[in-house]
Write a protein that binds this ligand. Structure first.
Ligand code: C5P
Length: 216
């Protein structure tokens, strides 16, 4: 199968030297890319700025902003079987990017933000590739993950519970719950991201084979 995997954060510029971003390390997305290659899938990895080397065998497309990631995904899905949206794409971006460095002043400063491109929502509603979204939640994980599965029109939603600071973002370990469009759910208990990624790729492949009409 042809996998398109996004990973890492995006950066939304404020001025030539500042940006808005998040704590995503890219480790989970890169581990999924490595596990997919290990399972003999073709991998295109679309990555935000991270300090990781792409796994051998992956084609790497490096992007910075949510707009760049959105354009790269829209082009990549024209020829793919599975899209795994593991990247922590910014939800908002500055309404304007200042051309010059914004000067410090002794007064309050507000930054106007506008919604960034929602990549999952920008995908065509009817398509012939399988879509996996990620939900990083601090509370009511199952409720929020199931709601996102529906509103973002995904086939599968992988939820991380961010309330445990020892796993998930930036950590080498993770524990996830998987919710499928068909109503099924499954937990992958705490393990290294490498082990979690292998289990995820297995599950994605099995579900994609059931849902997609093409032959593999
Ligand atoms: O809404 P939220 O950011 O929690 O949703 C997370 C999921 O949506 C992830 O799969 C992420 O890659 C994707 N996403 C997106 N475009 C955005 C923000 C998040 O596709 N602008």
């Amino acid at each position: 199968m042809k996998f398109v995997i996004t990973a890492g954060p995006t950066r939304e510029p404020i001025d030539p030297v500042r940006f808005l971003s998040n704590r995503s390390s890219g480790k989970m997305g890169y581990a999924i890319a490595a596990a997919a290659i290990e399972a003999n899938h073709e991998v295109l990895l679309i990555s935000g700025p991270v300090n990781l080397a792409a796994p051998a065998g992956a084609r790497l497309v490096s992007v910075i902003t949510s707009d760049e990631m959105c354009a790269a995904v829209q082009e990549a899905v024209l020829d793919c079987d599975v899209l795994v949206m593991c990247a922590a794409v910014s939800d908002y971006k500055p309404a304007r990017v200042a051309e010059q460095k914004i000067k410090k002043r002794d007064e309050r400063f507000s930054l106007e933000l506008i919604p960034a491109c929602d990549i999952l929502k920008s995908l065509p509603p009817s398509r012939n590739f399988f879509v996996v979204g990620f939900a990083a939640e601090t509370n009511d994980v199952e409720e929020h993950a199931r709601a996102k599965l529906a509103t973002k029109n995904c086939d599968m939603m992988v939820a991380n519970d961010l309330s445990d600071p020892n796993i998930g973002m930036e950590s080498d370990e993770n524990a996830v719950a998987i919710f499928s469009r068909s109503g099924e759910s499954e937990e992958i208990s705490r393990a290294s991201k490498k082990i979690v990624a292998r289990a995820l790729v297995k599950k994605i492949r099995a579900n994609a084979k059931k849902v997609l009409t093409k032959k593999f």
